[in-house]
Structure formats: C-alpha cells, structure tokens
Design a protein around this ligand. Sequence first.
Ligand SMILES: [Zn+2]
Length: 454
Amino acid sequence: MVKIHFLGASGTVTGSKFYLETTEKNILIDCGLFQGKKDLRISNWKPLPVSVGSIDVVLLTHGHLDHTGYLPRLVKAGFKGNIIGTAPTLAIARIILLDSAKINEEEAEMANREGYSKHKPAMPLYSLNDAEHTITLFKAEELDRWMQLSENIQYRFRYNGHIIGSAFIELDISGKRFVFSGDVGRPEDLLLDPPVKPEWADFLFVESTYGNKLHPPDNVEERLVSLVNKTLYARGNLLIPSFAVERLQSLMYLFWKLYKKNKIPHIPIFIDSPMGNDVLAIFERFPKWHKLSKKEYKAMCRHFNIIDSYRQTWETIDDPRPKIVIAGSGMVTGGRILTYLQQLVDNPNTNILLVGYMAEGTRGRALLEGAKELKIFGKYYSVNAGVYHEESLSAHSDQKELLDWMASIKNIPERVFLIHGEQEALAAFKDKIEDIYKWKVRIPELFETAELIF
Ligand SMILES: [Zn+2]
C-alpha cells in the first residue's frame, strides 16, 4: 500500500507537493510555494500536515518557485535528507531560492520599518541563511538512470522540455509505476527538445495548466517585426517585461534570429535582469540541455547589451537612440522594469509588450486592462505608452499536446490524478481524457490523502 498526500497544486496551480508514504521510504515529489490568492499564501506559513522528520528524500521535477520555493521551510522544520534533481534543475533552484529569500527578507524589513504587519516583529518566510543551508542538501542525478532508493523502490528522471533541466519522474514501488509529469513542455519549443513520453503508468499524476485550452497558431515573429518597426519609426522605446528563466532566453533567441534573417534592422537591445544574467550562465554551463551550440549561444549573447549594474540602467534610459529593453519582472510586480516605466510610461513613443499570462492584481494585468495610471513605489504615473500583449511563448503543453504526451502509455493506468490546474481546466481535461482514453480520472482536493492498494 502507498499512502499519498496531496499537499499542493491540487485543485489549484501552485504549491506543488506530493508526499508518498510507503513501508520502505517516504518520498516528497516537489516542494513548491503557494503563490497568488491570499488564502493559499497563508498555507506557506503553516506547518505541513505530515511528520517532516519522516520524509526521507525530496525529488524535484524542475526549478520553478512553485515547485521548489517551500524547501527552506521544510529544512527549517527539520528535514535532513537529500534534495535530488538534475544538475540544471538544482542550478536554477539555487538562483530562485536565494532570490526568494532576499525578497522575503526585504518585505519583512519594510513591514517593520513602516509598521504595517500585525506581527511584531514581522519575520521573513525564510532567510538567506535558510536558503543557503537548504542548498547544501542538493544532490544532482542524471537523466534516464534508474536509481535504487530501497529494496523495492527505484526512480529515474526523464526529459520533459518545460525549462532547462526539467524532467518528469518515474517511480517504481513494488512493481507498480508512478509517473509524475512535472510541468510538460511543448513539442515545438525555440530552445528545448520535445518532451520524452512515458510508456507505462500504473498511477499517473499529470499537470493540467492548459487542460481546457489550445495554444493559438504561432506568428509571434511577424508581430515582433511590426512592433520593432513602429518603435524605430517613432524613435521610441520598446519595453518588454520578462521572466528571468526561459522566457528571457526565448525572447533573445527570437530577436537574434529575426536580425540574422534580415527581418529587423540593427536596433540596440538591452537585457536588464540580474537574475536573467545568472540563468544565462546556466545555459552556457549546460549546452547539452538546450538546442543552441556553444558557438551559437556565444554569438547570440554578443548581439545584446547585457546590463550588469544599476548605473547602466540609468545610462540606458538616457540613451536617445530608439531601442528595445527586456527587463524583469514578467508581470511588472518588481525588478528593473519599474525604473524604465517610471521614466518612460508617460511617453506616447513608448511601447510595452506584455508576454504571457498576467495574474490578477499585478501591474501587468492593470496595463493589459487599459489602466490610465500606474502606481510605482507610492507614486502615480500616467500611462501614455502603447500596450501590446503576446500570448504565445508558453512553456506548457496545451490540451492536445498533453493528450499526445500520454498517448504512448501502453497499459491502462489504474488511476489518473489531475493536478496543477484551475478548477475549470481540471474539469474539462478530466472529461476529455475519459472520453478519449476511457481511463479512470480523479481530481484530488488540496490536503486530501488517498490510499493506493496493490
Ligand atoms: Zn514550471
């Protein structure tokens, strides 16, 4: 018997944590932070409803915050085992945890300074020290190699093309195969190879972020060309808020390719994201994990002006040439993009390109909904810039791509669990799988436990 606890990303997208208790080893798959709605975020402060001291090992599908961001809390609560992932996953997780700790410390400090927290003193969710201690438990493992955890339990990581290093996990327990999809990448990605597909699954746990959606056909190149031309014609600025992991590198690749194909002229492009620079170093360190050769990668980076100090940010703002700036953060919740917007958002010759999903309550969402003013650090700025939205460049498979990803499974799974999705996406995807494959599908609730008997 295996007892599974759905400790996150169940009935919702963030906070991925799946805990398996067996007679031999107790395994936690992913250890993510809840993000977004307040009632979920509060869970990040509560102790896990399982005995942390009994967890033997953590296996990570990839480095994103909603899959790794709770790790320092787990370690603070007494976890002492290994945290295992592929080498680039651990490299990304390191950057993300240190950044998250820094943000948490800064927020607590600000709350204490301005006295708006009801906790006195306000404490960070975890500190830089906690994050650094967590990183000492990291242990890298290769792809495709079966690793023995105990007499009857083994696991392996398999490439799934979502972000650099990402994998799905196959876990064999007493002859039954558990498959955890992680976040599944797209079959055609600019930088990553198509995901490998599972061929056997007795218990399948599959993400459903786009379980009810199909990505529109991709003509992002044409739209970028037209925005670049518009910017040049007006002698203005094109500002692109971007996530530091994967999105930034995909945008760089697109612009570089457009330039090489003579589709855009040589317009200066600035990359202003300290975290993005760290991720670029990971792409350089792990050339086998993406499509670019070492030579191509170097040539691509040379095409951009990569900013590494805040002084250069100001020099870039003062630079009178028409230009493109790609800067964090992706939903305009923080980061260097705020400095550019403070100076340039009131200028009608500025264009802002928002890429991907903009969560409710973010400045990105406000811009998207036509806000006339933007509040940055307590001050209001008039929005006269043009605002555009690019919905492609998603790192997640859509409904059809997810169904294809499962299509190579030769057996009939005893149970499929749909995780990592909003309610509507989960429900639609359940209907679709039952209709097409006739498999038994369940949508677990948050903090539910299930006993799988075999
Ligand atoms: Zn992810």
